[in-house]
Design a binder for this molecule. Structure first.
Ligand code: ATP
Length: 305
């Protein structure tokens, strides 16, 4: 079984569905309100656990009702939460307004996530015991950097999702094995809108890059190798929230099982394509049996040069 450590965020998503988003100073009556656990770290942890990974979540929730629910949600997905601290104050929240055209605006208040400024006792050995460490940028950069350095010291592969996009310190890039931006993040990091050129530029900083391209699949580039594109299964997408997190969780599981990168990418693409056919973030993530069945139906392929 693949052992995966995730150092990242947990948020409660607070979603208001409205006919039209209010303008500054305006009040509108919405249709519906829902809460759902989210945060890129927790999403990746749940995706990997649902696919059979043995997952440890490192991070923090607040000492509030959301914190209790966030922890319980992770535990019920099979994620180990002993290294998820409860800190004073509020849990992280994402305040999301979705209008009738599907447009959204989001305010993220990091809350407890902002209090994760480094590793605590036992975290380095948890990371050292894993096959892979998953990192994103919703925790303070110093914590992300400390995690990446601990992984490097133990020879553990680091997979970094550079979201939300921001300039990355050289030390973090130096400790990153695989960088997985979407095309907008790749463009923000390099100033290059062509994903092939962006990937090429990023290879100066990290040994391997996967640029995810939504319905168009993904592009894999590694130093000294020809880039490979992997098509995404053609599906009817109803909600692409957390497609990228499902993709990364699945990729980590597949790589940890020793699959070659093109095969692992094809399997992760199948997992992500299942998630976009259902509404929600963590709720939409597929099980191992669902991905294996869909991947089997497609054949093992998916890679194209
Ligand atoms: P999000 O922010 O919505 O979680 P992202 O922007 O990080 O996603 P994307 O590049 O949109 O990441 O999607 C990640 C992967 O999910 C893609 O590489 C692809 O495999 C799969 N995917 C996304 N959208 C679709 C779609 N419409 N049809 C099939 N697969 C999709």
């Amino acid at each position: 079984m693949t052992a995966i450590a995730v150092l990242g965020s947990t948020n409660m998503d607070l979603v208001a569905y409205v006919p039209k988003a209010p303008r500054l100073g305006e009040t509108v009556t919405g249709r519906e309100f829902r809460t759902a656990p989210g945060g890129k770290g927790a999403n990746q942890a749940v995706a990997a656990a649902r696919l059979g990974g043995e997952v440890v979540m490192i991070g923090a929730v607040g000492a509030d009702e959301f914190g209790v629910r966030l922890r319980a949600g992770l535990a019920s997905a099979g994620v180990e939460t002993a290294a998820l601290r409860t800190v004073e104050g509020a849990s992280g929240t994402a305040h999301i307004t979705v209008d009738d055209e599907g447009g959204n605006s989001i305010i993220v208040i990091p809350g407890a996530n902002a209090r994760v400024t480094g590793l605590e006792a036992g975290d380095a050995s948890r990371i050292g015991a894993a096959d892979c460490l998953l990192l994103q940028l919703e925790l303070p950069l110093e914590a992300v950097l400390a995690g990446a350095e601990a992984a490097r010291a133990h020879g553990v592969r680091t997979v970094l999702t550079p979201a939300p996009a921001q300039p990355l310190p050289a030390g973090l890039l130096a400790a990153t094995g695989l960088l997985v931006p979407n095309e907008h993040e790749a463009a923000a990091l390099t100033g290059l809108t062509d994903p092939h050129r962006a990937a090429e530029a990023l290879l100066r900083e990290v040994p391997e890059v996967v640029v995810t391209l939504g319905a168009a699949g993904c592009l894999y580039a590694a130093r000294g190798r020809e880039p490979v594109t992997v098509a995404a299964p053609r599906v009817r997408a109803v909600d692409t929230t957390a497609a990228g997190d499902t993709f990364v969780g699945a990729l980590a599981v597949a790589l940890g099982e020793g699959r070659a990168m093109p095969e692992a990418l094809a399997w992760a693409s199948v997992a992500a394509s299942l998630s976009v056919q259902r509404p929600g973030a963590q709720d939409s993530m597929p099980t191992r049996a669902e991905v294996d069945r869909a991947a089997g139906a497609r054949g093992a392929g998916g890679a194209e040069s």
